[in-house]
Design a protein around this ligand. Structure first.
Ligand code: FAD
Length: 293
């Protein structure tokens, strides 16, 4: 099913993200994780794409496994370090497996890029270029957005101006980078509306369940960490089970606030840990059910 049709039919959607393994040996276990997540009845599950890495074909394989288990899959795809032929190969593979939804991304600049290297051999230098291609191929296409601004952007407003190109290229929905302060999202949504961007926006929630994760997540996303979350990480740094419980409670609190304020899509970065997704769903399933009635 196309995700745009799911989003149009619900007051609030719930989805998960998984990532493929780096090594072939772990592929079966990640497929099992994805299947376990389908049993929680999400509206869809997305599978990330290892830009320039070794896991690119695994994305299609895991997405296909999700579809076989009756849940809609969203396959991520990036254009960094990819030729047009390589992109066509992946796109044909997705079509063969009947995957109808793709999250079109540029990908990060590779850290090991050498001077003079053409890191966009396909000629696609922005995600919007990939969006146009995927729309022509008949996919339902999502894109990424950044409530606190993309790290390369000169300002949040400049980032929204650039986001407009992606929307004009035809994205059906946007998924946000993780954020830990809901006010960041509300302010972003307001600015999107003012800029004439009206496609559905799914809020990306990253449960912080071990304290070291915070440093990694800030490096990855530049997200602002509220005092309340910092205090949780400081207090429970050496108590893994307490940290897990507090992190789940924090993510739950974020989700309840988002739904109460009218946000229509919640996308949980599961980090391939179904037990965390299960615990959060147990906390919010009645809320989501009641909202969709
Ligand atoms: P773009 O939309 O191309 O934006 C990148 C930068 O270019 C921004 O600063 C933007 O403002 C600017 N820009 C965009 N269009 C223009 C234009 N026309 N003119 C001038 N400037 C422009 N990475 C992976 O490798 N694999 C994944 O599976 C993956 N999944 C992700 C899922 C989500 C929900 C998010 C939020 C990110 C994900 N990423 C993933 C990370 C992503 O690839 C990086 O954040 C990357 O740096 C930017 O990708 P993008 O698609 O947002 O790029």
């Amino acid at each position: 099913m196309k995700i745009v049709d799911i989003l149009n039919s619900k007051k609030v959607s719930l989805s998960f993200e998984v990532f493929p393994p780096k090594k072939q040996e772990a592929l079966e276990s990640i497929k099992k994780t994805a299947v376990e997540l389908t049993s929680l009845n999400p509206d869809f599950i997305s599978v990330t794409y290892g830009a320039g890495g070794t896991t690119q074909s695994y994305t299609t394989e895991i997405a296909s496994e999700i579809e076989k288990n009756g849940t809609t899959a969203l396959a991520h795809l990036t254009c960094v370090r990819s030729t047009k032929e390589a992109l066509t190969y992946i796109i044909n593979g997705l079509k063969e497996k009947n995957i109808k939804n793709v999250l079109a991304l540029r990908g990060d600049y590779p850290k090991d890029a050498v001077e003079g290297e053409n890191i966009f051999p396909s000629g696609f230098v922005h995600a919007s270029d990939l969006v146009s291609l995927l729309k022509k191929e008949g996919f339902c296409v999502g894109g990424a957005c950044y409530p606190e601004g993309h790290p390369e952007s000169s300002s949040r407003d400049a980032d929204i101006d650039n986001l407009k190109h992606k929307v004009e290229a035809g994205v059906d929905f946007l998924t946000t980078q993780m954020f830990f302060d809901n006010d960041m999202l509300y302010s972003f949504l307001y600015r999107l509306q003012s800029s004439g961007i009206h496609v559905p926006v799914l809020a990306g929630i990253m449960p912080i369940t071990n304290s070291n994760q915070v440093t990694r997540m800030v490096d990855l996303s530049n997200a602002y960490i509220p005092r309340k979350l910092l205090a949780i990480c400081d207090r429970f740094r050496n108590s893994p089970e307490a940290m897990m419980q507090a992190g789940i409670a924090y993510a739950t609190d974020q989700i309840i606030d988002l739904i109460s304020n009218g946000v229509r899509g919640i996308h949980i970065y599961t980090m391939n840990k179904p037990e965390i997704a299960k615990a959060i769903i147990a906390n919010v399933n009645e809320i989501i059910k009641a909202t969709n009635e």
